[in-house]
Design a protein around this ligand. Structure first.
Ligand code: PLP
Length: 368
């Protein structure tokens, strides 16, 4: 009987006990945070505690945090709320950035997965007027980190604003948005041990996106609608823990490296995407052309190991990954890569089970 091994933490990581307690406690709170009576003030107090915890995690003041329904809404608010002007995004962005606006300009990635800064500079120089640049902090599929501080410097030198989707980076190491020069930042609770369906767009004094949801003064009129107090309370609890345990993810690099070394030793033609670039410590994206990603995912699932294929994060439907094709992979190669993402609770035994199951699948597929 196989043990169940969860290696899909970039898709969603388990809710931390303290966050679950905070959700349960907040469900008992009576009243609407916008009401002026004592019940309302109590709900407001709980909401503002969570706002401070989220703000502290990324080095900014609480009034800059706008709670949303998650990373997807935060990205949409940043881009669609920008108003008139040019928008430039990297080719490796999450679909919630890529699909939120039409007519955006795209900056290519280098083969390493890092954004092409020369191409970004050319695009910045090619136009006039207000410009917003959106480049993520770390990629959800490959884990490749972008040089956030350098991007901020470049964008600011051209008078632009910098939006950074840090959904995968926050909570996996220190992230001080002011020190890095980020103007707008997207975060999601369920990637840091909070509940699903809640996140935040963090704004700065340089950026004030116009609201997408209107019809109420909540969130300083930046996002109308009664706040999801239980979700936000859970987000706040997860953010406080993440801030106290910033190096919690560092140790996963050893598991990731052990996995990659073992697979490479067995199959020299294995392609590991982004291995030459700085990466999140917990993420590995690899494949062999001809071995379809969705079949690998199913074979591993039968062996008790949960991983994901390409950018299947939203629909469960597998298309060749746009991130990998942007890094120069052919469509066939890009349809044959899987993502393994480690998180709290994983250990060497999990690496062992994954490696054996994957090699077994590979050998059967080659023999067939
Ligand atoms: N941005 C990145 C980089 C992501 O990985 C994800 C989800 O996987 C999102 C945005 C969307 O976040 P949410 O699931 O909170 O909508």
């Amino acid at each position: 009987m196989n043990r169940a091994v969860y290696l899909d933490h970039n898709a969603s990581t388990p809710v931390r006990r303290e966050a679950a307690h905070a959700v349960a406690e907040a469900l008992e709170i009576v009243g609407n945070a916008s009401s002026v009576h004592g019940y309302g003030r109590n709900a407001r107090h709980r909401l503002e505690l969570a706002r401070t915890a989220v703000a502290d995690l990324v080095g900014i003041s609480a009034e800059n945090v706008v709670f949303t329904s998650g990373g997807t809404e935060a990205n949409n608010l940043a881009l669609r709320g920008f108003g008139q002007g040019r928008v430039i995004v990297s080719a490796g962005e999450h679909s919630s950035v890529l699909d939120s606006l039409s007519g955006v300009k795209t900056v290519p990635l280098l083969g390493s997965g890092v954004v092409d800064l020369d191409a970004l500079e050319s695009l910045l120089m090619a136009g006039e007027g207000p410009v917003l640049v959106s480049v993520m902090a770390a990629n959800n599929e490959t884990g490749v980190r972008q040089p956030v501080d350098k991007i901020a410097e470049l964008v600011h030198a051209h008078g632009g604003l910098y939006h950074c989707d840090a959904v995968q980076a926050v909570g996996k190491g220190a992230f001080d948005m002011m020190a890095l020069g980020v103007d707008l930042l997207s975060i999601s609770a369920h990637k840091i041990g909070g509940p699903q369906g809640v996140g935040a767009l963090v704004v700065s004094s340089r950026s004030e996106p116009s609201a997408l949801l209107r019809g109420g003064g909540q969130e300083r009129s930046r996002r109308a609608g009664t706040e999801n107090l239980p979700g936000i309370a859970g987000f706040g609890a997860a953010a406080s823990l993440a801030r106290r345990e910033l190096d919690r993810y560092g140790g996963f690099a050893a598991l990731r490296d052990a996995l990659e070394a073992r697979l490479r030793a067995a199959i020299p033609e294995l392609r590991i995407y982004g291995a030459e670039a700085p990466r999140l410590p917990n993420t590995s994206c690899f494949g062999v052309a001809g071995l379809k990603a969705e079949i690998q995912v199913m074979a591993l699932d039968l062996a008790g190991v949960a991983v994901s294929a390409g950018s299947a994060c939203s629909s469960g439907k597998v298309r060749p990954s746009h991130v990998l094709t942007a890094m120069g992979a052919s469509p066939v190669e890009a349809a044959c890569a899987i993502r393994v993402s480690f998180g709290p609770g994983n250990n060497e035994e999990d690496v062992e089970q994954l490696t054996e199951a994957w090699l077994d699948h590979y050998r059967r597929a080659v023999a067939a």
